[in-house]
Structures are given as structure tokens and as C-alpha cells.
Design a binder for this molecule. Structure first.
Ligand code: NAG
Length: 374
């Protein structure tokens, strides 16, 4: 046996006896682009500085500003940037949306995605009380009883139908010593290396109390936003580095096309509609050089074997500070890319929300919500 054969036999043995997930064949790797129409992401104001930790998603209602933070809280933030915990969901809320049709003058209804619980309905009363939280959807499909393992983001149509993503079928382990903080980042990196398209989009109709699978087979189904007219959803397929457009009209329900691809300088996370049909897409990290190199290794079986082996190792990818989001037209063309190459003013942006001429930036890293002019 020569050394090369021995080397691969060892790789093979390690990859196939470990408990790490197996990599699968990937026939198409994502393509990245240098920032198109780049503009510096500067003059970022720090809203709620030190009052929020890792404010992944922000929910802006007509009268309130809420932030979903790492400590499992929904925090209400006032104009001065002071925060008040209005609810703890007993887990990590990654995404959420405001339900205008179900809210009243004294209560605010939010739908929230908590990683392992799934889709929650939270009633925030403006009077002092404990907000009731109802778990609505915890299984992908009541027939197969497959649990939701990575509930991620939520959007609500003008008809009040709730759409949400389950990013992956990889379980997200608790971080050592934590009661409910989970290793979302490490698990997502594993999902990217594994290559299996296991993410999906579900819908929940609160009036009929019915759940449907909208679309399966997404390589990490992340941020989601419904178009105002309720004809389609946009969803970030993180490890495809692209945005998909999924029909929610009855006769073409679930039909999917690519909305934007090959135009992002890195992976994509949260997205939302801004003024005039613009679409803002968060790019938390640049394309990792190691992954780009790995994607070039051929043949396919060797590529898959190497990735299976890498999955048995402790995480190797070093995060680099970086802040970026891309604004697309309603046709999916890049209007501009705002980028802070060193991540000095904004870092690891996970969500972008435009409201009244301002853009609010959520993050998995910062202790503030970044605010820039739209
Ligand atoms: C992966 O690719 C290899 C080589 O092309 C092939 O032999 C193998 O059957 C593929 N596996 C799957 C699950 O498609």
C-alpha cells in the first residue's frame, strides 16, 4: 500500500466511524462576487448600546421596537435606546414578525421562531402581565413526526398567513454550561460543509390553524420575507449564497426560481423588503477562502470524503470581523452593496430592516443595533 492510499484509508476510516454528520455530494457550489456598486458602510449609529446582546432580529411595529437577543429575551427598546425585557421565550428566538391583523390597541401579537420549539405566538399586553406564549408548530409534518430542529425566521402576509423557515435538519447543541444558548454558528458551518439541502419553508394559517410545507430542499433556509401583494416569498439560501423566489399563489404554490445569485460577496442571512420594492439582504461573512478552495477539489468522491473528514474535526473556520448588506431592486438586480471591510462599525450583520428613512442592522456579534440612513 502506498502512502497516499494509506492516507485516504485513514481519512475514510475516521470519516465513517465518527458521529459527525456525513458530507454529501455537492454538484454545484455557490458563486460569489466582489461587492457590486460598493459604498462604505460608515456613520453607523449605535442604538441601544450595551442594552442588547447579539440582537439577531429586530421587529418594528407602528408603535414599538422589539429586539430578539441572545439571552432568550424579547426586548422593547424606547427612543432613547433603553431596553426592557417584555418576554423570555425559554430558548433562543432567532426570527420574528408582527401580526397587524391579530394585534389590538392593547395587545401586540408577535410570531417568533425559537430554534427547537418551532413557531411560537407571543401576546404582549401593554398592561403589566406575563405574556402568554403558545407553541403552534413543532413538527415539520404531523404524519412523519419529524421535529423542527432549527426554526429560523418568520414573515407574515397581508392576509395574516405566517411563513417561517427551518434552516436545517442538523440539531443545534446547547453551548457548554448554558441552559438555552445554542451553537447556531457552529451548526450552520457544519451544514455548509455537509452539503445536504435539508432546510424548508412552512406556512401556518392562524385562522384555519393549518400548517403546510411550502418548499423543501434548501441549503440552509434562512431569512424570509413575503412580498406585499402576497404572491411570493423571498428566502435566503445561505450556503447557495443566493436568494430564491417561491410562489405562494394557489395554482403555483411552492414553485421556485432563483431571484439573485452570484452577486453577493459572501453568505446571505436575513432579508426584508424596503421602500419601493427594494430588497435588503444581510451578508454576515465574506466567502471563506477555505471553503472556496475546498469546493474546487475534484473528483466529487474525494471532495465528499474530505468534507466528511473535516466534519469530524473541531471547527476550523476563523471568523473575520466584517459588515455588509446588499440592496436589490424588485427584479433582483444589485442596486448597491454597503460594506465595512474591517467590521469596525458594523459586524456580522444578520438582519436589515428599513423604516422611515433609516435602516436597522441586527447582528450576531454586536451589543447594539446599527442604524444608518436608507
Ligand atoms: C457521489 O459521487 C460519487 C462519484 O461521482 C458517486 O460514485 C456516488 O454514487 C455519489 N453519491 C451519491 C449519494 O450520489
Amino acid at each position: 500500500m502506498n502512502w497516499i492510499a494509506l492516507f485516504f484509508s485513514i481519512l475514510f476510516a475516521i470519516a465513517y466511524t465518527s458521529t459527525a454528520p456525513d458530507a454529501v455530494n455537492v454538484s454545484e457550489w455557490p458563486t460569489f462576487s466582489l461587492p457590486i456598486n460598493p459604498k462604505p458602510l460608515t456613520n453607523v449609529k449605535k442604538y441601544a448600546l450595551n442594552n442588547v446582546h447579539a440582537p439577531e432580529t429586530n421587529i418594528i411595529t407602528p408603535n414599538h421596537f422589539y429586539s430578539l437577543t441572545e439571552d432568550g429575551a424579547i426586548k422593547e427598546i424606547n427612543d432613547l435606546g433603553q431596553s426592557k425585557t417584555v418576554c423570555t421565550v425559554g430558548g433562543r428566538p432567532l426570527g420574528g414578525a408582527y401580526a397587524p391583523l391579530e394585534s389590538t390597541s392593547t395587545t401586540t401579537i408577535l410570531y417568533v421562531a425559537e430554534i427547537t420549539k418551532g413557531l411560537l405566538r407571543v401576546t404582549l399586553s401593554h398592561l403589566p402581565s406575563t405574556p402568554p406564549i403558545i407553541t403552534l408548530v413543532s413538527f415539520l409534518n404531523p404524519l412523519t413526526n419529524l421535529p423542527i430542529l432549527y426554526a429560523d425566521d418568520v414573515t407574515i402576509s397581508s392576509k395574516g398567513i405566517v411563513y417561517f423557515t427551518d434552516a436545517s435538519n442538523l440539531p443545534v447543541p446547547l453551548l457548554p454550561g448554558s441552559v438555552f444558548k445554542r451553537d447556531t454558528l457552529g451548526t450552520s458551518i457544519k451544514d455548509g460543509i455537509r452539503g445536504l439541502k435539508s432546510g424548508c419553508i412552512l406556512s401556518y394559517d392562524p385562522f384555519k390553524k393549518a400548517t403546510r410545507v411550502v418548499k423543501q430542499g434548501i441549503w440552509f433556509a434562512n431569512g424570509i420575507a413575503v412580498e406585499g401583494g402576497g404572491k411570493y416569498l423571498l428566502v435566503c439560501e445561505t450556503f447557495g449564497a443566493r436568494v430564491l423566489k417561491v410562489s405562494i399563489e394557489e395554482d403555483t404554490f411552492g414553485e421556485t426560481e432563483v431571484f439573485a445569485e452570484g452577486v453577493f460577496p459572501g453568505y446571505v442571512d436575513g432579508l426584508s423588503f424596503g421602500e419601493g420594492g427594494k430588497v435588503h439582504v444581510a451578508v454576515p461573512s465574506p466567502a471563506p477562502k477555505a471553503v472556496v478552495l475546498l469546493s474546487k477539489i475534484k473528483p466529487i468522491w474525494l471532495n465528499t470524503l474530505l468534507r466528511s473528514f473535516i466534519l469530524t474535526l473541531p471547527p476550523l473556520i476563523k471568523e473575520v470581523p466584517y459588515g455588509c448588506f446588499v440592496t436589490l431592486s424588485e427584479k433582483g438586480e444589485v442596486i448597491e452593496t454597503r460594506v465595512d471591510y474591517k467590521g469596525e462599525e458594523a459586524n456580522f450583520i444578520t438582519s436589515v430592516e428599513e423604516r422611515d428613512g433609516k435602516i436597522y442592522l441586527g447582528s450576531l456579534k454586536t451589543n447594539f443595533i446599527g442604524v444608518v440612513d436608507a
